[in-house]
Design a binder for this molecule. Structure first.
Ligand code: HEC
Length: 497
């Protein structure tokens, strides 16, 4: 009997504990999202922020927020209580310069450190990026220690910070608008830097006494580790190709000689000479990728082993499925397109809830934005039932670009030549061809139906035996090579015709 009473008492307190805890944090739900099986809700965790450039989950179940102007705040995720910890007075803010990267040590109790990097104007001309470590206390940040300074500019300052499973600090720096710095081993710009948390150079970096871990980057705004300890970046391309890269020790990622895939003859030559590493995913036209985070599927099983990517120009959250070994990507889904505006950063908590930071108060807002309450921190987690408008994802078909090249060599190169130059008077050049770059509706029939032989000319055979996927791959290949910069063609566009 005594035991029975104890059990009831235990059950009651457990029930109350969950209920009371939940009642502490009442957030406003604004949307629901239907995944394959699970339903999600989107709630507003915080609003009226001044461009929250970086958000970081800390293992005491709090969320740190760095705003571009220099403010660092913390939200207790159990109670929703927010406190501004510090305002970094020396931050120089303009357009995309300001307080940019932030990371809290993943073991906050043993290492109560917060790392930030921000732009500072030293005199009227000299802009630098300063990497600083603070100690976190209950209500402020103290004892700033400058760990490193890297050249800066009014744009292309990167930056993101991450701490690896090796307990080292990683810093994704921008090329500071001078692409050649990314290939200059002496410059710390356009690099992934690897740093001990006291600011010294780790003894096992690729070159002795150099912070450089990997090189050849333009302007990265995403940096994250997967559960397996693989390091990924997102990077802004120049005009045509944005990238996701898998970062490996000592590798060169090609910028400025290579943008996106190694597909132009000059790019292929550079890649061969310098043994560069291509991206695991690229986008044309550009989407302006920003913060990324790895999701392990906890709480949201559909997102297991995915990279979550926020985009600015694309104004969306993209869920990019990784292969089992994490070395390639499989598919992509687009959420919230143009719904919340520009999205700057993303992170996940211990239960798999996802946090997004909007960026509609920044230097480049889109028409129709900011929305009331911008900028916001949104929380996405599992819901029991729909109470609001139910949104869904747009699925992107993944186009296999490697097979596009193989198919071209197999079926087309005999006439149009490997480099797309054709044979004068007989087989038209596909490089620079207006028909290749025309709308999909114009181009697809040429491939599927061919072109009948005119009086003296040669005929273009019909390729209606190709699968929709193969046809899409080969057309995408000819549209994005030899200087052609047209949009991709998807299998469903082929199917329609
Ligand atoms: C046997 C030779 C031959 C093969 C193989 C061939 N083509 Fe062609 N293609 C031609 C000829 C000839 C024309 C020009 C026809 C005309 O306009 O009279 C042409 C025209 C084109 C055009 C229009 C370009 C322009 O500017 O006029 C496209 C696009 C094209 N081919 C794509 C392809 C693709 C993709 C493949 C491979 C899947 C392919 N071709 C394989 C002979 C070939």
């Amino acid at each position: 009997m005594k035991n029975y009473a104890k059990l009831i008492y235990g059950l009651l307190t457990a029930l109350c504990f969950t209920a009371c805890n939940q009642s502490k944090l009442q957030l406003q739900t604004i949307d629901n999202v239907q995944l394959e099986k699970n339903l999600l809700k989107v709630e507003v965790l915080d609003k009226d922020l001044d461009v929250p450039w970086d958000i970081c989950y800390a293992d005491d179940h709090s969320l740190f927020i760095a705003e571009q102007g220099g403010a660092v705040s913390r939200i207790d995720l159990a109670t929703g209580k927010k406190k501004q910890l510090f305002k970094i007075a020396e931050v120089w803010r303009k357009r995309t310069a300001g307080l940019l990267g932030m990371v809290v040590h993943p073991k906050i109790k043993e290492n109560p450190y917060l790392f930030v990097n921000y732009t500072v104007k030293k005199d009227s001309l000299l802009i630098i990026n300063r990497l600083v470590r603070y100690e976190i206390t209950a209500d402020t940040l103290k004892n700033p220690k400058v760990l490193l300074e890297v050249g800066g500019y009014t744009a292309h300052n990167g930056s993101r910070l991450a701490i690896g499973p090796d307990q080292k600090l990683y810093w994704a720096t921008g090329d500071a608008y001078f692409g050649e710095k990314a290939q200059d081993a002496k410059s710390l710009n356009g690099k992934i830097l690897r740093i001990n948390i006291d600011g010294s150079v780790p003894s096992d970096n690729p070159s002795p006494n150099s912070y450089v871990w990997a090189s050849g980057f333009r302007n990265m705004q995403g940096l994250t580790f997967s559960e397996k300890g693989l390091l990924y970046t997102s990077e802004h391309g120049d005009a045509i190709e944005d990238e996701i890269n898998l970062i490996q020790k000592g590798k060169n990622y090609g910028w400025p000689a290579i943008e996106g895939k190694e597909d132009l003859p000059a790019e292929e030559a550079f890649a061969l000479k310098h043994q560069t590493t291509p991206p695991i995913k690229s986008w044309t036209p550009v989407i302006a990728p920003a913060g990324i985070a790895y999701h392990n599927g906890k709480g949201i099983p559909e997102w297991a082993n995915s990279l979550l990517l926020t985009t600015l120009k694309g104004k969306s959250l993209r869920v990019i499925k990784l292969s089992d070994d994490g070395r390639s990507t499989k598919g992509e889904e687009i959420f919230f397109e143009k719904h919340y505006g520009r999205l700057r950063d993303v992170c996940t908590d211990k239960d798999g809830a996802v946090y997004l930071a909007t960026s509609n108060q920044d230097w480049n807002p889109s028409p129709g934005f900011p929305l009331p309450g911008d900028d916001k921190i949104l929380k996405i987690s599992k819901a029991d039932k729909a109470t609001h408008k139910v949104l869904s994802a747009k699925k992107m078909e993944s186009i296999d670009l490697v097979s596009g090249k193989t198919l071209y060599q197999q079926y087309c190169a005999s006439c149009h030549k490997e480099d797309g130059t054709g044979v004068v008077g007989t087989f038209p050049a596909l490089a620079g061809s207006a028909k290749v770059k025309a709308s999909p509706e114009m181009l697809i029939p040429i491939l599927l139906n061919g072109i009948a032989k005119e009086q003296a000319g040669a005929a273009m055979p019909a390729f209606n035996f190709l699968s929709n996927e193969e046809a899409a791959a080969v057309l995408t290949y000819i549209r994005q090579n030899w200087g052609n910069k047209a949009s991709t063609i998807t299998p469903s566009q082929i199917k329609k015709q």
